[in-house]
Design a protein around this ligand. Sequence first.
Ligand SMILES: *[C@@H]1O[C@H](CO)[C@@H](O)[C@H](O)[C@H]1NC(C)=O
Length: 216
Amino acid sequence: MSSASPLEIATDLFNTVDFNKKSLLISASAIVFNPTFWNIVARREYRTRFLTRAFGGAQAACYALAVTIFSLGLVRDFLYERALRDQPSHPLMVGDVPTYAAYALLALGNTLVISSTLRLGITGTFLGDYCGILMDSMVTGFPFNITSAPMYWGSTMNFLGSALLYGKPAGLLLTILVYVVYLVAIQFENPFTAGIYAKREKERAQTAGREGKKEL
Ligand SMILES: *[C@@H]1O[C@H](CO)[C@@H](O)[C@H](O)[C@H]1NC(C)=O
């Protein structure tokens, strides 16, 4: 066996990707579209309450948003799988080792995604705070004691696991895209959410101040 450098291996994997397949571009578009969509819609809801008004309540608005985001996720996963099927595999990614690594990644990824959904609940998972449904306190238990964004990293692991399961270098490329998109989303979402909670704390402090005065 020749000893190829990591760069040579990466180049070889990259050259295996068939960029002429439309499904690759479609899958990449869906990966970029989803977080863009939910951030735009959720921020608009926060500013204007257009969903709360349309659905006659914050709870209903949040559930509608949840169903939409979840469905878009299913579509994105479907398009990813279809893109992988259209792509050539690479010998380095086929065999027992990649397959076992794929199962491990999928198990870990799904554990992170499912446990964080259970921990946060539907409204906590799907941007409820933008609809005015705030959590009482910060969630700190598993999986949030491992990572602050278990949903995103779990999802990234699932993409990587599927790429390995199919043995497709195009899946690695799309996984890198998922990773970058989530990194950007976190940079964008975390300060905004922190702002929502800071505002609530300020209002709580003011209310407590008023009630303190009443007792005097
Ligand atoms: C996170 O919490 C789980 C269960 O509550 C625990 O088993 C695990 O050791 C914790 N991990 C870390 C890194 O603290």
